[in-house]
Structure formats: C-alpha cells, structure tokens
Design a binder for this molecule. Sequence first.
Ligand code: 3PG
Length: 208
Amino acid sequence: MTASYDFLDTSPVIPVIAIEAIEHAVPLAEALVAGGIVNLEVTLRTQHGLDAIRLINEQVPGANVGVGTVCSAAEFDAAVEAGASFVVSPGQSDELFERALLTDVPFLAGAVTATEVMAAKSRGFNILKFFPAGTSGGAAAIKAFAGPFADIQFVPTGGIKPENAQEYLSLSNVRAVGGSWLTPGDLIKGGRWDEIEAIARQASSLNA
Ligand code: 3PG
C-alpha cells in the first residue's frame, strides 16, 4: 500500500456533503474552495453522489474530491472511477480493506472501539475515521486511544460543530475533523454560496 494521506494536512475540516440536486455540486464546491476548504467528501447518500464527484473533479480545479459513505468494494470502485481521490467509510469490512490495499487511494475506515482500531491496524490502516464521534465518547475517547494506539490518527465526524471542532483538533491524535455543518441544506437550496464560503473560511482558520 503506497497511499498518501498528506492531503489531510491541507485543510483542518472535511465537509461531509450530500448533493440533493446535481446543479448544486459545482457552485457548492467552488464556495468551499474559495473559503479555503479543499478536501471535499461527497457522500453516496443521494443518487447524485457519483455524478457530483465527476463534475467537481472536472470543473473545480482547486478541489480535492473524495467519496464518503462507502460500504462496499463496488462503491469504492465506482467512486474512484468517477474521480474520487480518497475514500471514507462509516465502518470497516474485509472487502473494503482488500480493495483499498489493491489501490493507491487513501482509505479512511471507521473505528470507534479498541477492537475496531486493532482490526484496521492489523490490515495496515493507521489513519481512521472515528464515527459517530459525539455519541462514541467524543474527544475524551479519542484522547484515551492515544495511550494504547500511539501510532493511530483519527478523523472524527458526527456531532462536530464550530463550537467543539477545536477541542477535537487540539488532540495530538486527531489529523482533521469532518462534518456537515459547512453545508446547511437551506443555504444550498437558496444558492447562498457567499454564506457557505464564509462558513468555510471560518472552518479553515481552525488549527489542526
Ligand atoms: C458523517 O458521515 O461523517 C456524518 O454524517 C457527519 O455528521 P454530522 O452531520 O453530525 O456532521
């Protein structure tokens, strides 16, 4: 496995994006990038996920578009084919680990228990999504993992907001955080891209 995770150092926050209408994909990505947020996790939660990845990849040069909510090897392949440069899963499975090991695409598997961290680590994955962070012990749980798992870093998501993002980012074993707070549905529906850019600018000023 030769995947590089250096992209995680370019922005402290990864927006978790669900595209409800395909025409939102490009202006949303442009607003986030203009605000300094370049790593974009477009989820497969809506039917537009793959098309959105394709369009952003083609039309928003500053964006580093990845895919989220990947639960199978078939989804992994389809997203990479569409142009996803990183892959995020809420959990982990043998088929996902096996697929990721066959590629150079960085893969963030989900883990919130010591057993799950050990399973991922045994497959060679040392940077993990911690989801759902808020209901899985939050920053205190991640901090506790620094003892037994000094070589593991986390990207927590789920329940992270501007008010608590810095608490997570201050931990030595947190590489970045993710969340949907940068992409409120009402702002997207209203085409209020300037306001999304402002949220992104605030998020990009957090310290990882
Ligand atoms: C995810 O998949 O990371 C979460 O759905 C994001 O959680 P949030 O909506 O609480 O930010």
